[in-house]
Design a protein around this ligand. Structure first.
Ligand code: ATP
Length: 438
């Protein structure tokens, strides 16, 4: 384990930089606060987080359909959704040092967390978090557009399109993964809170009488998803919101929280939103957004259960949950014990030496695996150091091609977690891996 829990945060940030997982953005220009670039290893991991979500939420179900809606949208959408009026955070300024803070996140709302001066924070002002821009070459009110602060509205405004073009009827869902933008007052804690981030959201449309049961279902389902992908249950909790935290239209919201180094914090919110969103868009657009149940001759506006997760934030939680250090032969081994579905590379092919007689057939083996999985290849440095590098990026299996391989046509496969090694005939490697990586 990292020496202390707080320590873990720095270790993850350092590891991310050192191993190409996450880089601070625009670093060669001195950086751009709280924006991040996902490096060669991080891009694979982030993609795996999103693929794992899509697999569970869309691929393995027959009642959820996908969508990829636009990021830019006209003010009318945000007028109807209530974001223009209400998507605000309480902003306070410190008169003493000039720093700005989100009042609802302060431990002590009378004291500036930057300069510690008491009684110098201004009254809160409502600060709208949406990024406003202009579409087209003319800057006037008619050209105003917003970058979406959530992906959810894409599903509501396409409700009728999806209903009319698919053969679905409630209960069914529309799922989307994509970028969202919020002009956060106090971004921070690495990729936990950034102004540009990725979300994984699903709107599940149900008959009003079934909303409560589906809400319970999705709370359980979403909690279990994190457990199934390798986060210990002791680091997760499902926290129902108190009544005073609920938005006026919500009859229930629960967060899936993760135990971050600074305490419990949200990974995902599951909300029972009633018919609020469809009602609002129906009212503002003048379009009917309802479902006609022909056999029962019943027309109704479906209620919505929304599991809304952050992909980038979830990736950070996976990194923290998987990080481990252990002493091996008087040396500290750092290992990311990631679930294989989340691990950036599933395997690495490592020829024992750089000699062409080994690298040639090792690359041939690599070529047989690449159509199926992301497989790394590394022929530099001593084998022990190469194993450590793969451990640090969470590669479940290292496949070593040695001089004996030329004779026995077999390779050694080392398990990341146990470090056990097995000898497997080369033609069986792909089959062996596919059994392990189900
Ligand atoms: P918070 O209270 O932390 O600002 P929220 O409750 O407004 O977040 P939601 O609108 O429910 O967040 O968004 C759903 C999910 O999107 C969150 O659970 C989180 O994982 C992710 N998310 C929201 N804002 C950010 C952000 N600024 N950076 C990274 N991820 C975010």
């Amino acid at each position: 384990m990292a020496e202390s829990f707080e320590d873990l945060f720095d270790k993850i940030v350092n590891l991310s930089k050192r191993r190409g997982i996450v880089f601070p953005s625009a670093e060669i220009y001195g950086g751009f606060r709280s924006t991040y670039d996902y490096g060669p290893v991080g891009v694979l991991m982030l993609r795996n987080v999103k693929d794992a979500w899509w697999r569970s939420m869309v691929q393995l179900r027959s009642d959820v359909l996908g969508l990829d809606a636009s990021i830019l949208s006209p003010p009318a959408v945000w007028e109807a959704s209530g974001h223009l009026a209400n998507f605000t955070d309480p902003l306070v300024d410190c008169r003493s040092c000039g720093s700005r803070h989100r009042q609802d996140k302060l431990d002590d709302p009378t004291t500036c967390p930057t300069c510690k001066t008491k009684g110098e924070l201004t009254e809160p002002r409502r600060f709208n978090l949406m990024f406003k821009t202009n579409a087209g070459p003319v800057e006037n009110e008619g050209a105003v557009a917003y970058l979406r602060p959530e992906t959810a509205q894409g599903m509501f405004i396409n409700f009728a399109n999806v209903l009319n073009t698919s053969r679905k009827k409630p209960p069914f869902g529309i799922a989307q993964i994509g970028k969202s933008f919020r002009n956060e007052i106090t971004p921070g804690n690495f990729v936990f809170r950034t102004r540009e981030f990725e979300q994984m959201e699903m709107e599940f449309f149900v008959h009003p009488s079934e909303a409560d049961q589906w809400y319970d279902y999705w709370c359980k389902e979403r909690f279990q998803w994190y457990v199934d992908h390798g986060i210990e249950e002791s680091k997760l909790r499902l926290r129902p919101h108190d009544d005073d935290e609920l938005s006026h239209y919500s009859s229930g919201t629960s967060d899936v929280d993760f135990l971050f180094p600074w305490g419990w914090d949200e990974l995902e919110g599951i909300a029972n939103r009633g018919s609020y969103d469809l009602d609002q868009h129906a009212k503002h657009s003048g379009q009917k957004l309802e479902y006609f149940d022909q056999p029962n001759n019943e027309r109704y506006v479906p209620h919505v259960i929304e599991p809304a997760a952050g992909a980038t934030r979830t990736m950070m939680a996976f990194l923290m949950a998987a990080y481990d250090e252990e002493i091996v032969n008087d040396d500290t081994r750092t290992v990311l014990r990631l679930h294989h579905r989340i691990a950036p590379y599933k395997a690495a092919v490592l020829p024992l030496s750089k000699k062409p007689e080994l690298t040639g057939p090792a690359r041939e083996l690599l070529a047989t695996l690449q159509p199926h999985w992301m497989v790394d290849y590394d022929e530099t440095q001593a084998i022990g150091r190469r194993y450590r590098r793969q451990d640090e990026i969470g590669t479940p299996y290292c496949i070593t091609f040695d001089f004996d391989s030329l004779e026995d046509k077999a390779v050694t496969i080392r398990d990341r977690d146990s470090m056990d090694q097995v000898r497997i005939p080369i033609p069986d490697v792909a089959g062996w891996l596919s059994e392990k990586l189900v």
